[in-house]
Design a protein around this ligand. Structure first.
Ligand SMILES: CC(C)(COP(=O)(O)OP(=O)(O)OC[C@H]1O[C@@H](n2cnc3c(N)ncnc32)[C@H](O)[C@@H]1OP(=O)(O)O)[C@@H](O)C(=O)NCCC(=O)NCCS
Length: 171
């Protein structure tokens, strides 16, 4: 855990505990022995505050972050590949996420991957974070909710078979 440069140790502890309890998968991308990016795949909705109260019976990606020196190298795309493939194989048809309306890099990334505005009204998300000097800070931003269909014609036969098998095991 001490090697993870993003967020605070407490946050990582909480996320690992949630992973242990089966609520999410904490994905970390490594560059050699250096962790350079992260994403959370939440099975029961993300940890973002203020998401409109629509029923969201699909997994959500949150906390996608790539270290600045490692951006535009396809790392977020690889994390999203994993974040989408895992629920697809589990039999889910959709995946969702929230994004700040002015985060153009992220909006470009998601649009390119087929995420679409769910059509819900933009909403205000807020919370607190601890700055590098240990001070408590408030944040708030207007977000939209994006949704992607995981069912595409590009899935391999092996993946479709595994998905079908998993669906049968659940049903
Ligand atoms: C947004 C973010 C996750 C992208 O990570 P990344 O590893 O650089 O993304 P990728 O290399 O996989 O980019 C894939 C595509 O997304 C788009 N994209 C990514 N960053 C972009 C940028 N700064 N400007 C414009 N388009 C961008 C491009 O279409 C890019 O393809 P290209 O490089 O062939 O043009 C990263 O900039 C980041 O961590 N930002 C801060 C945290 C954040 O905003 N997270 C998202 C929260 S919703």
């Amino acid at each position: 855990m001490q090697y993870l440069p993003f967020a605070r140790m407490e946050t990582h502890r909480r996320r690992f505990a949630l992973q242990e309890s089966g609520k999410l998968i904490f994905l970390v991308a490594w560059w050699g022995n250096l962790p350079v990016a992260q994403a959370l795949l939440n099975w029961q909705g993300g940890d973002a505050s203020g998401v409109p109260p629509q029923i969201r019976p699909w997994p959500e990606v949150s906390s996608l972050f790539v270290s600045p020196s490692y951006r535009r190298m396809g790392i977020a795309s690889l994390l999203l590949d994993m974040s989408e493939q895992i629920p697809f194989l589990q039999g889910y048809d959709n995946i969702g996420l929230c994004v700040y309306i002015d985060n153009q890099p992220a909006l470009n990334l998601y649009a390119r991957r087929g995420y679409k505005d769910a059509g819900w009204a933009p909403y205000l998300a807020s919370g607190t974070y601890v700055d590098p000097k240990g001070g408590q800070r408030d944040w708030e931003e207007t977000r939209i909710y994006l949704l992607k269909s995981l069912v595409s014609s590009s899935s391999s036969l092996e993946m479709l078979e595994e998905r079908q098998q998993n669906k049968q095991n659940v049903g």
